[in-house]
Every structure is written in C-alpha cells, then in structure tokens.
Design a protein around this ligand. Structure first.
Ligand code: ATP
Length: 359
C-alpha cells in the first residue's frame, strides 16, 4: 500500500486558453496509506481523469504524482502496482471463478499455497466460496462483477485499488449489500481504496473521506458528516443530501440583522457576518415550521406535501424561491396553498459569500 500525492493539473487540449480547457484544475491532494476515499461529482467533473492519472493510463499535462515520496509521474501503469476495477466486468469466461480470482496472483508467480489462502479469503468476503469451481461464463452480470471486485482486491501488495463506478451493473438490492461489504473489506484488509462514483449514497457509505468534485476542481474533501453538516461551498450543500440544502439570497446589514427581500429574518447568534449580500443555506432536515408570532418567522406558501417513507417532504414558496423541509412521518401536514411560517436561522444554518462558506 502507498501514500499517493497528486500535485497537478490536466488538460487534454494541446493549447490551454482558459480554465475551461482543463479537465483538472490545479490540485494538491494526498491519499493516505490505507484510507478509503471516494471521488464524487457529476458527469464530466474529472473523476475518471484523476483515477487514470493515478493508475498511469493518463499522464498529467502539468505537475507530479508521488507514491510514498517517489516520483511516479511518468511511470507506466505496469510499474505502478495498481489494481483497477471498471464499470463492467473484466473476467475470463473460459476460467472458473477460482481461476479468475487467482489470475493476478499466478501472473506474479505467488506460491500456490498463498494463492489458495488468499483466494479463499477474498471469495468468502464476497460470498463467492460456493461458486469457486463454477465456470464464469454462465454467471449473471452481478456475479461477474463480484469476481472483478475480487480480482481487484486479491493482491495484498498493491499500492492502491481503484474502482471506477463498479456497481453500475449490479441490481439495486445487491448494490446496497456490496457497498457495505466493500467497507467491511476495507476495514479487514486495510488497503488504500479510491472509489469513483456520481452517487452520493455510494460515496458516503463506502468512504471515510469523500472528495466532492465540480468542473475539474475538488471543492471539498471531508468525512461524510463534514459534508453534510458544514458544506464549505454551496455546490456541496446542494449536491449532498436528498434533497440538497436550501439556498436563499439574503443581505447582512451593518447592525448584523439579516434581510430576505424586504423582511427581517433575525440575527445569527455568536456569528459576526460581514455586511453585504450572502447566501443562507439550511438543510431540509433542519428547516422547521414556527409560529407567526416568533421573531423572524418567514411566511411561505405550501406547494407540495409528499410522503417519502421515513418523513414527509414539504415544498413551500417564499416569494420566487422554493424551499424544502422534512416533517415527521406522523405529523399532521399543512394543505397545499396554506401559508406556514419558517424559522430560517438556527444552529445548523450556514452562510456563504461568493459560494464559499463564511467562517
Ligand atoms: P463521467 O462520470 O461521465 O465519467 P468524469 O467525472 O469521470 O465523468 P472525466 O471523464 O474525467 O469526468 O472527464 C472530465 C473532462 O475531460 C470532460 O469534460 C471530458 O469531456 C473530458 N475528457 C475526458 N477524457 C477525454 C479525452 N480522452 N480527450 C479529451 N477530453 C476528455
């Protein structure tokens, strides 16, 4: 296993005129030895590019890649000692499940007894023990992908295992199980795992550290709880959560009072906000209904109430803006068209200027 340091930028274009020509803008990231990381972001944000720069399939146009302090920027993939699991199964149909799992070890002439021990262990972790002697050809797509995962994890001596959206072909129920299993495997094997996904649930279940990416930039790296509680960028607030953070344009006056449109909505306690325009962010989980008599209560018109299993999701309009909030599943919900009152300011409210969290 290795500590992997990236200090680089990457453009696929020969000539670079603006930031838009970069698939990855200048970044400085360290993946610690033995960590479980997820690269999370929408399509085109640069996740696969970063993964391929680590594995050596792509060479960064600017900057360096170090493994355990050694410069590996120009090392070809075979010299980097990386295992990679792709979106679709990469296995040999003519071999049995066991032979497929053993292949990366046989290739490196690992002694037979060690191969047997390691294949047995990995098969057990992935519930493949009963299928070891079965031909891979006849298996369903998800079983094949489990073999791919196993092949990625079977070598104990790799620098890191990289996963590029590995659960895409897996059916939803098994997906849930495999996410948990991968996390458990990480704890047992202590390998450096880097996992690319655009699915926040997948990232948050699997990783200890999530790197949220947008337009070639890592906008925040943190634990799943950090990303939920203290998004440092409005993009993270909105992207993480279901639904994401409510974001409203407000103005801080010189006296510290916040205004939303023509309405005073209160003064945040123990937080001195710089005067001027701000974005107020509050998650649907923390936005609450209040009485019209409470200071700063903001009137909103209910536009939708939806039961979402564990709670009810209420959509309400404040002027031109829509906000969402969760109500307990058993609460008596207001009706569509009702005017309710909302408390926007509380301990979980965050404030942003130019999309960045105001400290
Ligand atoms: P997805 O989830 O869709 O795979 P991603 O986050 O992995 O997206 P990348 O595939 O890394 O993003 O792409 C980042 C940017 O680089 C995109 O604008 C993409 O069009 C561009 N890009 C990726 N590969 C190449 C390539 N081989 N040549 C030119 N441009 C590329």
């Amino acid at each position: 296993m290795a500590r992997i340091e990236l200090k680089l930028a990457h453009s696929y274009a020969r000539t670079v005129r603006s930031d838009a020509d970069y698939a990855l803008l200048p970044l400085d990231i360290t993946f610690e030895d033995g960590g479980a990381y997820a690269l999370l972001g929408p399509s085109g944000c640069g996740k696969t590019t970063m993964l391929n720069i680590i594995s050596g399939l792509v060479t960064a146009s600017h900057g360096t890649v170090h493994f355990d302090g050694e410069d590996r920027t120009h090392a070809p993939p075979q010299e980097r000692n990386i295992a990679q699991v792709f979106q679709f199964p990469v296995i040999y149909d003519t071999m049995t499940v066991g032979e497929n799992l053993a292949f990366p070890l046989r290739n490196r002439e690992v002694p037979a007894a060690q191969i047997q021990e390691r294949v047995g262990r990995i098969a057990e972790m992935l519930d493949l023990s009963a299928q070891l002697d079965q031909r891979a050809a006849n298996l369903a797509a998800d079983a094949k992908q489990k073999i791919s995962l196993g092949r990625g994890l079977v070598r104990p001596d790799v620098s890191a295992v990289l996963f590029d959206e590995p659960l895409t072909v897996i059916d939803p129920h098994l997906k849930w199980e495999l996410r948990r299993k991968l996390k458990q495997i990480h704890h047992e094997l202590g390998m450096t795992l880097i996992y690319v996904t655009h699915d926040q649930v997948e990232a948050m279940t699997f990783a200890d550290q999530v790197l949220v990416m947008a337009r070639g930039r890592v906008v925040q790296q943190g634990t799943p709880a950090d990303l939920f509680e203290r998004p440092r960028h409005t993009f993270v607030g909105h992207f993480i959560g279901s639904p994401g953070m409510n974001l409203l344009p407000v103005e801080a006056r010189d006296d510290g009072m916040l205004w939303l449109g023509g309405q005073r909505i209160g003064r945040p306690e123990s937080l001195a906000l710089p005067p001027g325009p701000l974005t107020l962010g509050i998650r649907p989980e923390y936005l609450r209904l209040t009485h019209d008599s409470e200071a700063g209560a903001v009137p909103a018109t209910v536009v939708q109430v939806r039961h979402v299993g564990t709670s009810q999701l209420l959509g309400a309009r404040i002027g031109e803006r829509q906000v969402k909030l969760h109500l307990p599943a058993d609460a008596e919900p207001p009706a569509e068209g009702d005017v309710v009152h909302l408390a926007l300011i509380g301990p979980h409210t965050r404030y942003y200027r130019n999309e960045e969290l105001v400290a």
